[in-house]
Write a protein that binds this ligand. Sequence first.
Ligand SMILES: [Zn+2]
Length: 180
Amino acid sequence: MELRIGNGYDIHRLIFGRKLFIGGIEIPFEKGLLGHSDGDCVCHSITDALLGALALANIGQFFPNEDPETNGMDSKQILKTIHEREILSRSYSIINIDSTIIAQEPKLAPHIEKMRTTLGEILNISSDCLGIKATTNEGLDSIGQGEAIACYSVCLLKKIEIKIPDKNIFTGNENFNAKL
Ligand SMILES: [Zn+2]
């Protein structure tokens, strides 16, 4: 079985005046993630992990920041598109994904299960295969100061093997040889 591992990292600045979308869901909070899309660093880091596993270009090459078409885009759509167009189309499927969100606030623990279910549906995998954890930065650095949220993701892919059942294929040569 051919296996491929990938990792992805993303960080977005937290600012007032935007809704917070993270892990594919909206979470009530006074600030949201700044980005060309909805800024969902979980979706973006998983997308980059999937692309990285197949040594493809990063998310920015597929969804450029300057593209007006993707302005304010739902990042679940980015993840779904990359999965279908770049991963499934190359006959790879996801074995599992593991993500770690680093956020000082808000508290994400109550929302983790909904994130796993939501992203599992997007990727058509069981939530058992999609680990999401949240931790703080212990008040350190910009993330710890509540200025940004980051996410690390790893994924494991396997090549889908197409099994052709054994059968006797009559080529015509058998009869031809027999006549000789
Ligand atoms: Zn991003």
